[in-house]
Design a protein. Structure first.
Length: 118
């Protein structure tokens, strides 16, 4: 299902912005003219990755709480303490509007247990 997020111009270059879409927390990340979408909840604990520091050259974002680094393309953690990936969503830009493609199973995993690695 395609979900409208925002206007393309709402997201500045090399920024991450949180959007709440129904029950889904998503971080839209713009690196240059490329857009990515990942779940905006660290897989280690409930902190917003969109508050973290982007590293445009590496296409990564660092969790602001404990410093796990995630690949914004794959959602995979590159450093501890996170060991599980965050979800990634396909981004579609059409007529200067940003959409993501989500399935019905994409609700934020509120009830899932978090990694306990520290
Ligand atoms: S909450 Fe993100 S690394 Fe701990």
């Amino acid at each position: 299902m395609r979900v409208r997020i925002c206007e393309r111009s709402d997201i500045g270059p090399d920024t991450a912005t949180r959007f709440d879409v129904d029950d889904l927390r998503v971080a839209i990340i713009r690196l240059g003219d490329d857009f990515y979408a990942i779940g905006d909840e660290c897989s280690h604990a409930d902190f917003s990755l969109s508050d973290g520091e982007l590293e445009p050259d590496d296409c990564t974002i660092e969790c602001p709480k404990h410093g796990a680094v995630f690949d914004v393309v794959t959602g995979e953690p590159e450093t501890l303490p996170a060991v599980r990936p965050v979800p990634v969503y396909t981004v579609i830009i059409e007529d200067d509007v940003v959409y993501i493609e989500r399935s019905d199973d994409d609700a934020s995993p509120e009830s899932e247990s978090k990694d306990t690695t520290s």
